[in-house]
Design a protein around this ligand. Structure first.
Ligand SMILES: Nc1ncnc2c1ncn2[C@@H]1O[C@H](COP(=O)(O)OP(=O)(O)OP(=O)(O)O)[C@@H](O)[C@H]1O
Length: 515
């Protein structure tokens, strides 16, 4: 939500005491308060997982405030629940506060989210002016990818600013605060006029506010990204001069009218300067050429250290190693079934670690199929890590073909997906399996990527079974869950429309490999 909400709202924010339970979570200290709610640290009672809980009270407000709050809360709840991307903060649950003794908070809505370590605002406040914040390109890469996802899904964020970019403990970068996020109808949408002055585009000032609110278009987020990128790369400097937000907005409007030039910080690298200049094109039409997806691809290039490109041959080497193993008739991956698996897994693992002129396990994928021979034992071994009957070598092979066409160097930078199983690095980290037993977990290594895919689809399979989804649909549901999430598939009660073509491909390949 917006700081202007705080300016306007003048709400006395009531607080819940430490130890207070909201469904399965126990509140701890307050992290901070915004214009409309308070964010607490909390722990899951079941397993101690640390989360952040944002409590948005809906009662005890003046009628005017209630209408505005109701709309913002509804938007925040709706977009938080739907947000499903590694660069959008994940909301685990939406609960209602049951506090009859605290009437101001009884019935408040609580969003249970991933707990961030800090916001970019906090990092900027502590940063030396003139220098990029630590890891600035990676942070911008995450923001651009999150924005590209939102625009791709037909949403505008509407309030992109440093306070709304959160940083997780393991390097995660999340867009947050969807109180002003809105769905596009055609090319634009309307939001209440509460955007943050420092990040609204110049044309915003000349728009009239109708009953629906102010019109926002994706190009408003592009402008805000330009301002944010300048701040992140210069330790907090706004691209337009002025001691107050009002003065800076007047400077931006003078630039948009053509009466003042754009003067970006002299210390900026030329490529970043060009990118920020494109985002800060003076009008909507000028910004229209730069979609969030195209910006994300450019940011990805600028943010990718050369060293990472040299990593590519490593993936090829891993494949070559797997090839050599297959030729020798010995499957080397996964430490020979050591560690942790249940009986069936170990039994199957022992079968996969076979010597001889060919691997019997590889026979589970038809010999004359297009699955690269070197990958077959890797896939078979990975599939056998899962004891659920639906996760078969043929299924994993079909998934890999649909994801990357078996290309170990596949890359879709706009959505941050890489390697043979098209893992998003931050998601991969959460599930990673050391498939080749080299002590490293690398999404570019086919054995690691495929073993991790197997673990993840196995877990998806179990979630769908728990949700009583039809057994015959499980392969389609797993393929859909891999592209979206367990929660999306369960909420939508089946394969979401937008991933149907992909899922159909997986099912076609599966039928071919199961013949
Ligand atoms: N998931 C989270 N993990 C950790 N801290 C968070 C999380 N979400 C929000 N915060 C922090 O909690 C504080 C309050 O956040 P909130 O979103 O309510 O308000 P805001 O964005 O600061 O202001 P406003 O909503 O008025 O724009 C901020 O300091 C924010 O960085």
């Amino acid at each position: 939500m917006t700081s202007s909400g705080a300016e306007q709202g003048a709400l006395e924010m009531p607080r819940l005491p430490a130890g207070f339970r909201i469904e399965g979570w126990q509140l701890d200290a307050v992290i901070g308060s915004g214009g409309w709610g308070t964010v607490y640290e909390a722990r899951a009672v079941a397993d101690g997982t640390v989360v952040a809980v944002k409590v948005l009270p809906t009662g005890a407000l003046a009628p005017g405030q209630r209408a505005a709050l109701g709309e913002l809360v509804a938007r925040e709840v709706r977009f938080s629940a739907e947000a499903d991307h590694p660069h959008l903060v994940r909301t685990h649950a939406v609960c209602t506060v049951d506090a009859p003794d605290l009437p101001a908070l009884d019935g408040a809505i609580a969003l249970v989210m991933d707990r961030a370590e800090a916001s970019v605002r906090q990092v900027l406040d502590a940063a030396a002016t003139g220098r990029p914040i630590p890891d600035a390109p990676r942070v911008l890469r995450g923001v651009a990818a999150g924005l590209a996802h939102m625009h791709g899904a037909g949403w505008v964020h509407g309030d992109l600013k440093p306070a709304n970019v959160l940083l997780g403990a393991d390097g995660a970068v999340w867009l947050a605060d969807f109180g002003l996020a809105t769905e596009l109808e055609g090319t634009h949408a309307y939001v209440p006029p509460l955007g943050t002055l420092d990040h609204v585009p110049p044309e915003w000032w000349s728009q009239r506010t109708g009953a629906d609110g102010t019109m926002v278009r994706p190009t408003a987020d592009i402008w805000a990204f330009g301002v944010l990128a300048h701040q992140v790369l210069t330790g907090g400097l706004h691209p337009f001069p002025g001691a107050t937000a009002r003065a800076r907005s007047l400077a931006a409007q003078a630039y948009a009218r053509g009466t003042a030039p754009l003067r970006l910080d002299a210390g900026l690298d030329e490529n970043w300067r060009r990118l920020i200049g494109d985002c800060l094109a003076p009008d909507h039409a000028g910004r229209l050429r730069h979609t969030a997806a195209s910006l994300s691809a450019r940011v990805e290039q600028l943010a990718t250290p050369r060293r990472r490109r040299r990593l590519l041959p490593a993936a090829a080497m891993a494949l070559a190693a797997a090839t050599a193993a297959a030729i020798a008739g010995t499957v080397l991956i996964g430490g020979g079934g050591s560690g942790g698996g249940d009986g069936e897994d170990q039994g199957r693992g022992a079968r996969a670690v076979a010597t001889g002129t060919h691997s019997p396990a590889a026979e589970e994928i038809p010999e004359d199929s297009d699955v690269p021979a070197a990958l077959r034992p890797v896939i078979v071994k990975a599939a056998h890590r899962c004891t659920d009957a639906e996760v078969t070598p043929a299924f994993l092979a079909a998934m890999l073909k649909a994801e990357s066409g078996f290309d170990v160097n596949a890359a879709r930078p706009a959505s941050e997906e890489y390697g043979i199983a098209m893992w998003t690095p931050s998601v991969f980290r959460a599930w990673a399996v050391d498939g080749d037993g080299d002590g490293d977990k690398d999404y570019r290594s086919p054995p690691d990527a495929i073993s991790t895919m197997s673990l993840y689809v196995c877990w998806l399979d179990q979630q769908f079974k728990k949700a009583d989804m039809p057994a015959k649909d499980l392969p389609a549901l797993m393929a859909a869950g891999y592209r979206t999430s367990d929660r999306t598939v369960i909420t939508e009660g089946g394969v979401p429309e937008r991933v149907k073509p992909h899922v159909e491909k997986v099912l076609r390949y599966l039928a071919d490999y199961e013949r």
